[in-house]
Design a protein around this ligand. Sequence first.
Ligand code: NAP
Length: 245
Amino acid sequence: MKTALITGANKSIGFEAARQLLQNGYTVYLGSRDLQKGQQAAQQLYAEGLTQVEPLQLDVTNSASIAAARQALGQKTQALDVLINNAGILGGMMQPPLGTSIGTIREVFDTNVFGVIEVTQAFIDLLRQSPAPRIVNVTSGLGSLTLHNDPSWKYYPVKGAAYQPSKAALNAYTIMLAYELRDTPFKVNAVDPGYTATDFNHHSGPGSVTDAAARVVKAALIGPDGPTSQFFSDDNAPETGVSPW
Ligand code: NAP
């Protein structure tokens, strides 16, 4: 049976991605920084008949937590087929480049960039044991540098000093990682789930978590001939589904 680890999966898009991967027959390790919340989320899936789910305490900003999660997972499985780096924070609604504190910017980068890198490095050996490993970095359409320089883009005024640069950095890491793994069966992609109603934005987004998670899961299920090093965004590119970086 195939295995998947999702960070920040106790609620919202990560939780729904867990549900959809379970429905696809995966065993899902449900990452949650608060173990109790992870247990409750797993119980909810269990009650739906999706029983191949296990909570895993994992705070992506805490090296000891990442190391403990890696050790715990190594005792449960020999191989990891899918890693979804989903955990992310916004860092507040207003982030003017000249008025956002360095502390806020560091906090956002800690979760959205450094957390992804540390988790990926920690679990890469388990992923290498899979015949078809997939890494999905959950980014945002707001991470597109090309579109941020296009005044006709619908999100052109949605600028910020922490979140947008963090997702641009995550996109950069995705390209670098995909390159390092280019001659392997790995597929490494960045996926924008779309502007979605979750706690993240006080439920202001128009999209559903079902559709958002489906975009993420689609990249997790990419076949051997599928793309790597892509930035998927239906929101930024409704016709092609592939956003400019
Ligand atoms: P959400 O409702 O705020 O959920 C975020 C999840 O990440 C929660 O499970 C949260 O755990 C977890 N998390 C935060 N910091 C963490 C840490 N240090 N370690 C482990 N888990 C942590 O957000 P969402 O809307 O589902 O967003 C998921 C991803 O999609 C994020 O990467 C976000 O940037 C991206 N995204 C969202 C939208 C949107 O419109 N919603 C649009 C584009 C991209 P707690 O419950 O403990 O806080």
